[in-house]
Design a protein around this ligand. Structure first.
Ligand code: ZN
Length: 312
């Protein structure tokens, strides 16, 4: 933020990375209205994927995490060779499936949609199970977890139930788990330990501090790092990254949110993960190509061989 000239429109293409990487967590647009309209321009999905390929982001995992997005997410992964998917019921959705509607700490009250009325949380998770077992390119269960910012305290029980269901689903299917943990670090760790974490457990958009990074390191859990690590004010996040073994780091955009510096305020897309990789290289004292190589290796360890064919 601050002194630099205000940038507008879709961010320009960064200089290509000195290596190939995978965007470990994003939300690709499933229909046109999901693409931000910026100065009259929507960058089409095809164009976003083209740009990603041009700068070294050779594959991505898109998360479908509400009931109406499961089928279209699977479809997009079937349409494009470089797109893989993660499926779940998001923690904020979990509360709505249990019909909890109350004002959240973020000041908003979320409305029940048709799919919340029709499906209990248990029935919704059963749909995730069905989609995940039939989709050949589903490589993870996620994002699931806890969000104490966007959901009222009344919704916490439903979130915790949903989180436990997804942990056991990931273990049953032998898939990695992508966790959303917003202002709920202690309960997230507690529930993982109580249930027994899946063999490959990833904190998506990791937002813990140095002490929490040490917990992840001890447990062998992965920290997937998004744009906020590039923001000037977030020195504490860079310290957390520095406390992680490089073998447990992943990179993601969480697009269309969390655009990295120096494009904060503009829309995000997978091609922008380049900026975050460069910051990770700087923090860990690696060259850009070493960092990219390490991140790709870690990605393959978590998501398996399926994903690697497209990243060579
Ligand atoms: Zn996400």
């Amino acid at each position: 933020m601050g002194k630099s000239r205000k940038r507008r429109g879709w961010p320009q293409l960064p200089v290509p990375l000195a290596g190939k990487i995978v965007d470990n967590h994003t939300h690709l647009p499933l229909w046109e209205e999901q693409i931000p309209l910026v100065e009259g321009v929507r960058l089409s999905l095809a164009e976003q994927l083209e740009r990603a390929g041009q700068v070294g982001v050779s594959a991505m995992i898109t998360s479908g995490c509400q009931l109406d997005e499961l089928a279209p997410t699977v479809e997009v992964s079937e349409e494009y060779p470089q797109v893989f998917c993660a499926l779940a019921i998001h923690p904020n959705e979990a509360a709505l499936h249990e019909k909890v509607v109350a004002t959240a700490p973020d000041g908003q009250t979320y409305q029940l949609q048709e799919w919340h009325r029709q499906y209990s949380l248990e029935a919704a998770v059963a749909q995730v199970y069905a989609a995940a077992t039939s989709a050949p390119k589903c490589v993870a269960i996620g994002e699931t977890g806890l969000d104490y910012f966007r959901t009222s305290p009344q919704g916490r029980q439903a979130q915790q139930q949903g989180f436990r269901m997804h942990i056991s689903l990931a273990k049953e299917l032998g898939l990695p788990l992508q966790i959303h943990d917003r202002e709920a670090h202690a309960d997230t760790i507690r529930i993982l330990l109580e249930e027994g974490a899946p063999e490959r457990t990833v904190f998506h958009c990791f937002s813990g501090d140095k002490e929490m990074a040490q917990v992840l390191a001890e447990q062998g859990w992965y920290a997937s790092i998004a744009g906020p690590v590039t923001y000037n004010a977030n020195q504490w996040q860079r310290e957390a990254v520095a406390a992680m073994p490089a073998s447990l780091l992943l990179v993601e955009t969480d697009a269309p949110y969390l655009t990295p510096h120096p494009h904060r305020g503009q829309p995000n897309a997978s091609y922008m993960s380049v900026w975050t990789v460069r910051k990770l290289a700087e923090i860990t004292g690696r060259s850009e190509s070493e960092m990219a190589g390490q991140l790709l290796k870690n990605t393959r360890e978590v998501y398996g061989e399926k994903i690697s064919g497209f990243a060579d």
